[in-house]
Design a protein around this ligand. Structure first.
Ligand code: HEM
Length: 404
């Protein structure tokens, strides 16, 4: 498959050229400067947006606060102060880097209620996970009344499908869906409670006039897409590792016994991070240079695309111990979060501002499942001692749940 071929190709490249950045031509004829050496990775993360601008993958088009070349959408169209204003607002509302979000109480209550849909059938697959997570996401971002809004859910699904298609496709139909979703989100935003992300955004204030709450709320709803896939992969991995599963279930039970859920769940968060290391939702980080840059003495013109193959580095057996094995304990080391070899949320200025919120929500969903149920039969079958498969298509995952 594609990911495997590219890992093999990157290994071959390194064998031939050593660790120096390699200029490669893709099948579509684009040239890319591929980074293979840790000092170059460090530089990639350290350079400001004025040197390396984001060129987000299709999956997160419009999500980034620093896209270089907007196509008139409005959504991703940000430069300079506007980016700074949006970035600051995102960090504040999402509480970037803060393990337990200030609105954790209501957020975890919504997760607990919606998680009931996950275990209702005794088996769990992607459509059920998406349904439950999307309901929770609408409550967290917009407020409880939005949970029942299947019409909005349908529009967001259409926008997601549209985002995945190459640019320049049929835009007019998408435009009307976009406008309908925006108007509906606007209605919720006007009445959003203080604990919702939209309510927090409204209170954040916007002196520079850079921020559009409706657009941000829509982007947060789409950003939550990372959660159902990650939830299923984490539970699948725990199904193949019964000892880890028992430890995680004990942690989930202890949290409830300790009183109202606090949302810390360090062991489960380590499992979620490890599943993201093995199966990142953003496997390639791409930037475009704003001016001429020099890498190891070679000059490259402005407009060069720079690729940091994060999925490859996270599983590079030459640099990461037990690269193809599920070892959540590696995340216990306090420096692991900043380890540049491991970058499920990226690093530096472009790092995901929803990192801790995403971890808290995903770990909480896992905890809700594991409290009452054991993950037993699973598809695909993973070999707990063999190297894990390179990719895990969430559409192919089916989990069997038995009562504890
Ligand atoms: C497990 C869940 C998540 C993962 C793995 C993830 C991963 C990422 C990654 C890797 C990036 C950077 C992409 C790049 O540098 O090219 C990113 C950006 C971003 N993420 Fe997340 N994310 C998650 C959840 C969330 C959530 C829950 C939110 C908000 C509710 C969110 C909001 C954003 C935003 C706004 C950006 C753009 C930041 C900027 O350009 O300044 N993410 N995410």
């Amino acid at each position: 498959d594609g990911a495997h071929a590219s890992a093999a190709a990157l290994r071959a490249l390194r064998a031939r050229h050593g660790d120096a950045p390699a200029l490669v031509r893709t099948r579509s004829g684009k040239t890319l400067l591929v980074l293979l050496d840790p000092p170059d990775l460090r530089r990639f993360y350290a350079e400001p947006v004025s040197v390396l601008a984001a060129d987000p993958p299709q999956k997160c088009r419009g999500l980034s606060t620093h896209e270089p070349d907007p196509d008139g959408d409005g959504a991703g169209c940000v430069r300079g102060e506007q980016r700074t204003g949006r970035r600051r607002m995102n960090e504040d509302v999402l509480a970037a880097g803060v393990p337990v979000h200030p609105s954790a109480g209501p957020i975890l209550a919504a997760v607990a209620e919606e998680a009931r849909h996950l275990t209702a059938a005794g088996s769990l697959e992607l459509s059920r996970a998406r349904h439950a997570v999307n309901r929770a996401a609408r409550r967290i971002v917009l407020g409880d009344p939005a949970a029942e809004d299947d019409e909005l859910a349908g529009w967001l699904t259409q926008l997601r499908a549209q985002d995945k298609r190459p640019r320049g496709g049929p835009r007019r139909a998408a435009r009307s869906v976009h406008d309908k979703a925006r108007a509906r989100i606007g209605e919720y935003v006007r009445h959003a409670g203080d604990d919702t992300l939209a309510g927090r955004a409204a209170r954040h204030g916007d002196p520079e006039g850079a921020v559009d709450c409706e657009d941000e709320a829509r982007l947060w709803l789409l950003a939550m897409d990372a959660v159902p896939d990650t939830l299923l992969r984490t539970l699948l991995l725990l199904g193949a590792h019964p000892c880890e599963q028992d430890t995680a279930a004990a942690e989930a039970a202890a949290e409830v016994a300790a009183g109202p859920a606090r949302g810390e769940l360090p062991r489960l968060r380590a499992c979620v991070r490890e599943s993201l290391r093995l199966y990142p939702v953003v496997p390639d980080l791409i930037r475009v240079t704003r001016g001429e840059t020099e890498w190891r003495g070679v000059r490259h013109p402005a407009g060069t695309s720079v690729l940091l193959p994060a999925a490859f580095h996270q599983r590079d057996p030459e640099r990461v111990p037990a690269a193809h094995v599920f070892v959540p304990g590696r995340w216990k080391n306090p420096g692991a979060d900043q380890d540049i070899r491991l970058a499920p949320f990226s690093h530096g200025e472009g790092r995901c501002p929803g990192d801790q919120l995403g971890l808290m929500i995903t770990a909480a969903f896992c905890a809700e499942v594991l409290r009452g149920h054991r993950v037993t039969g699973t598809r695909p079958v993973l070999d707990p001692v063999g190297p894990l498969p390179v990719t895990l298509d969430p559409h192919g995952i089916r989990l069997a749940l038995t009562r504890r």
